[in-house]
Design a protein around this ligand. Structure first.
Ligand SMILES: [Zn+2]
Ligand SMILES: [Zn+2]
Length: 386
């Protein structure tokens, strides 16, 4: 089959101590300190063979993620920018939907023809964090499109237990193709849902919500905030196109943080009370969190979704007098995240269709990632059948 394969050289930086685990598994914990000279190419790769519990999916749509662009871009020494868990060569792509075309002998919950979306985190179910109910913190984690083959490909094989049916979306839309596109948005949306509702416990209807950064996870956060009954949603991003998209999915107020003082804006909008729920999806907490901190309502929350290898100045006295909390979140598995997001989309209460701004065929996947690297538009989809 054809697939977008990333290969790179295992060449640890001189100041990076490679652990025994990394040597044994070939997995880099901090990818940006080990993988050098990446090459991305659509090429031939063996067809996946299903294990007994696996289904083979014909991929229908796969979104380009910020992390994909961090494999494409390198620093001045030629290292990839993505700082997370990685093992190459592998097929990229982890935000996808597909149709079941083959089932292993032991598959019980799915049949050929079923429409599904899939978790990206391949949690083991056996380690202590998994057994304690924290699959997002699995110590044996594999990740589709990072450490094992992903979905910028004609086909992918995955264990049925990571698949979630999306027929409800097709039924509402009366359009399978559109349902597969929306299905591919499930993964980034569950990351926002997990952080806002499963981790931070959400907000009350009527509360004021700020979202910093409106890439696809920030846009999903805006859509979820509206679906959950926010009284006002203010979004911040440096891209005018993305601010337009934020409006399209439910932001009441949008601002370029280079043109305004975000904390002043939030205090103005709330008549001095502050905002109740702040979402960091910009990956720049050293800049955004101090702004949120100046606009904390009493009993408010900040939830950190964006990733950044940096320290953040926080004045904790402010958190005490405002009775405020800070939540860290990662991942999207467990906690009803997938089925609840699919319900919201299936009912029409969450409609993120406006955020899809470009579609490419599989052979053009590198172009799709290059477009994403401009950091301007919304979600770019790769569709193998295009
Ligand atoms: Zn992603
Ligand atoms: Zn585990």
């Amino acid at each position: 089959m054809r697939a977008l394969v990333l290969d790179a050289k295992w060449d640890p930086r001189p100041d990076y101590a490679v652990s025994d685990w990394e040597k044994q598994t070939g997995k880099a914990i901090t990818g940006s300190s080990i993988w050098r000279q990446p090459s991305l190419q659509v090429r031939d790769w063996p067809d996946p063979k299903p294990g007994p519990k696996d289904v083979v999916l014909a991929v229908q749509a796969c979104g380009v993620c910020g992390s994909d662009m961090h494999f494409y871009e390198t620093d001045k020494d030629g290292y990839i920018l993505y700082p997370g868990l990685t093992r190459f060569p592998t097929i990229l792509g982890h935000e996808f939907s597909g149709k079941v075309v083959e089932c292993g002998a032991g598959v019980e919950t799915l049949r050929v023809g079923d429409m599904v979306t899939v978790e990206e985190m391949i949690w083991c179910g056996r380690c202590i964090p998994c057994r304690n109910g924290y699959p997002n913190h699995c110590t044996n984690l594999e990740e589709l499109g990072f450490t094992i083959p992903g979905a910028f490909a004609k086909y992918i094989a995955v264990d049925e237990k990571y698949c979630w049916p999306i027929e409800a979306i097709a039924q509402r839309l009366g359009d399978e193709e559109a349902a597969f596109e929306l299905g591919a948005l499930t993964e980034p949306t569950t990351v926002a849902y997990n952080a806002m509702f499963s981790r931070a416990g959400g907000f009350r209807p009527g509360h004021y919500v700020s979202v910093f950064g409106t890439g696809s996870i920030g846009l999903a956060a805006v859509g979820l905030a509206r679906a959950a009954g926010a009284g006002m949603i203010a979004a911040f991003d440096v891209s005018p196109q993305r601010l337009k998209l934020a409006r399209a999915v439910g932001a009441d107020q949008v601002f370029n943080p280079r043109e305004v003082n975000p904390a002043e804006v939030l205090l103005d909008l709330s008549k001095g009370a502050g905002f109740d729920f702040h979402v960091e999806a910009a990956g720049a907490p050293q800049i955004t969190v101090p702004e949120m901190e100046k606009a904390l309502a009493i009993n408010s929350k900040i939830v950190q979704i964006g990733r950044a290898a940096t320290r953040v100045p926080m004045y904790l006295e402010r958190f005490q007098v405002r009775r405020a909390q800070f939540y860290g979140a990662q991942g999207h598995s467990g906690d009803e995240n997938f089925p609840n997001v699919i319900r919201l989309v299936g009912s029409g209460r969450l409609d993120l269709r406006p955020i899809i701004t470009a579609r490419y065929g599989l052979e053009q996947t590198v172009d799709a990632i290059a477009l994403m690297a401009k950091r301007e538009g919304g979600k770019v989809l790769v569709k193998p059948n295009l």
